[in-house]
Design a binder for this molecule. Structure first.
Ligand SMILES: [Zn+2]
Ligand SMILES: [Zn+2]
Ligand SMILES: [Zn+2]
Length: 363
């Protein structure tokens, strides 16, 4: 049935190098396609929507802002309290735990960052200046929250875009949740990278970057020895900027999942400099443009993974490496995935990386 040009089907279980307990079944054979494709939702690109509480002119429909940028005049972005927080202020009677059923009070903060004044603008359509401003707002608000209350263990910054990714409001926005526990997946990443560091004296994320870049081919002139061409053939590398790299993980859970990491070792997103964030804004925008081009409008989640604060984590700074994970939603998890915890990826990560890399970006 296969035409000669078609690639051989892949069917293998790939172990996540950072968190080995998270495996992915890469199964590209057509007959194996177990998933329902998520229909791409029509995108509302209007710059202003009269009834939207996040649009300019409707500021009275949200709680008073925690912050706005700039402080005066028309705002570029605002931070407000989430009206339906998943975590909130102290309850009256936090002591509900009994026996084996232990609970930690759901204390925390849940805030919304209104990313942009334009209602329907997508990340890849924002200017790099604006994206740098957004990233530095993530950074400064994380910093403030970590220092606001020492019961807070982790500050998660994330964005849901599109109904399939859980966004309930159409206006572009991100969210910050400061929580009294470190999320299990962050803990697993920190614990495993610390174990790797103990054994190899090297950061596993740095090792993965080195490995990805090993596939770079450099051609020299035979006579003069001068460098003639450098070909980036790294099969998992989507793009490299001066300070960051966008990689398609070898064991990607989602078909179009992409991670962006600083090239230089750095554990804590709070240590990113303004120059880092300006560079990140560029590679981030281009990565989102690639995803948008390949997927024809992407619904996605992205989130920042950074070293948790607190004494227990300080010694993991040489082992852990902050990163952004971008997870486009193109299919609905099946019972097999939920029941087994084994993600099924129906597109070979190498092929996905190639398609993303080959997107011609204008500008
Ligand atoms: Zn709006
Ligand atoms: Zn590192
Ligand atoms: Zn991560």
């Amino acid at each position: 049935m296969d035409t000669p040009s078609e690639k051989k089907p892949v069917r293998e279980i790939r172990i996540n190098p950072v968190v080995p307990s998270e495996s992915v079944l890469v199964a590209t054979a057509r007959s194996m396609r177990p998933k329902k494709e998520e229909a791409s939702a029509p995108h509302d690109s209007r710059p202003h929507v009269e009834t939207c509480p996040f649009c300019r002119g409707n500021e009275d429909k949200t709680p008073a802002p925690i912050a706005r940028v700039p402080a005066e005049g028309d705002w570029s972005l605002r931070i407000v309290e989430n009206l339906y927080p998943v975590l909130g202020d102290d309850r009256e009677d936090p002591d509900l735990a009994f026996g084996l059923q232990q609970a930690i009070d759901g204390y925390g903060r849940h805030e919304v960052i209104i990313d942009h004044s334009s209602h329907g603008i997508r990340v890849h359509e924002m200017t790099e200046e604006h994206l740098a401003l957004l990233l530095s707002t993530y950074r400064s608000r994380m910093d403030q929250l970590y220092h606001a209350d020492d019961r807070l263990r982790y500050v998660l910054v994330f964005k849901n875009f599109g109904p399939a990714a859980g966004a309930s409001i159409g206006h572009t926005h991100s969210q910050i949740i400061a929580m009294p526990v470190v999320p299990r997946n962050v803990q697993a990443e920190v614990r495993n990278s610390a174990a790797f560091y103990l054994a190899r004296r090297h950061c596993i994320f740095c090792s993965l970057i080195d490995e990805a870049l090993t596939f770079e081919a450099t051609l020299y002139d035979r006579d003069s020895g001068a460098l003639t061409r450098r070909i980036r053939v790294g099969q998992y590398v989507i793009e490299r900027s001066s300070r960051f790299i966008a990689i398609k993980p070898f064991a990607s859970r989602f078909e179009w999942e992409v991670h962006i990491l600083p090239l230089a070792h750095c554990a804590d997103f709070l240590d990113a400099t303004p120059e880092d964030l300006a560079d990140l804004a560029g590679i981030f925008r281009r990565t989102m443009a690639r995803l948008n081009a390949v997927l024809g409008g992407a619904q996605y989640n992205f989130f920042v993974h950074s070293l948790p604060h607190g004494e227990a984590y300080a010694e993991s700074a040489p082992a852990f490496h902050w990163h952004i994970e971008i997870c486009p939603r193109t299919s609905i998890p099946t019972g097999f995935e939920l029941g087994s915890g084994l993600f099924v990826n129906t597109i070979c990560p190498e092929d996905a990386a190639e398609r993303l890399r080959n997107v011609a970006l204008g500008g």
